[in-house]
Write a protein that binds this ligand. Structure first.
Ligand SMILES: [Zn+2]
Length: 191
């Protein structure tokens, strides 16, 4: 099976919001980037969370966690109360898995998954979500300014003024749209 007909992944520096970015354009025409279980396995492997297999119900479970993280992150960005159902799902996933952090001999660190199950991997993602949603980590939760995207992202830039979830996609599209609008304005005022 070739993977080329599946939408590509959008990978960021923060695990939890990279995960929520497996669904994009939530406010436009949504693009599902993990449409089948094997794509979740691929995504996890790219993020250092290698699991043996994934069933359809595990994929559903993963998507439930993903949307819960997005809902909670959006609430934080809007300074609204956290939705309790989302908190429940994140906490259940976080405590469900048997993953642990280990030091590598090179002095780095990595996750070691208990039985290399999807649940273990989801617990790592949920724990990462807890660290950014709780405000424990340095950074700021924000929402992408693209009206069709509105993705929650974690701004770790020094200025804390990032406007788009991703410069290469939403940022460039916005710039292009502004450029074209300006051009139209100029040509209509000239004519
Ligand atoms: Zn965006």
């Amino acid at each position: 099976m070739t993977v080329s007909h599946f939408p590509e992944f959008r990978l960021g520096k923060v695990l939890a919001t990279s995960f929520t970015a497996t669904l994009t354009e939530r406010c436009g025409e949504p693009v599902e980037r993990i449409p089948v279980p094997s794509r979740l396995v691929d995504w996890l492997a790219i993020n250092g969370l290698v699991v043996g297999s994934c069933t359809m119900s595990q994929l559903d479970h993963a998507r439930e966690l993903r949307e819960s993280i997005h809902a909670a992150a959006t609430a934080v960005a809007n300074r609204s109360p956290l939705p309790s159902s989302a908190v429940q799902v994140i906490n259940d996933c976080s405590t469900d898995g048997r993953a642990s952090v280990i030091l590598t001999s090179e002095g780095g660190w990595e996750w070691r998954l208990g039985s290399a199950s999807v649940e273990d991997a989801l617990s790592v993602i949920a724990a990462d979500a807890v660290s950014i949603i709780s405000g424990e980590r340095h950074g700021k939760m924000a929402l992408c300014e693209s009206p069709t995207c509105r993705a929650a992202f974690f701004d770790i830039s020094r200025s804390g003024t990032r406007r788009w979830c991703e410069m290469n996609t939403c940022g460039n599209r916005e710039k292009k749209a502004r450029f074209l609008a300006n051009k139209r304005k100029k040509s209509s005022s000239a004519g």
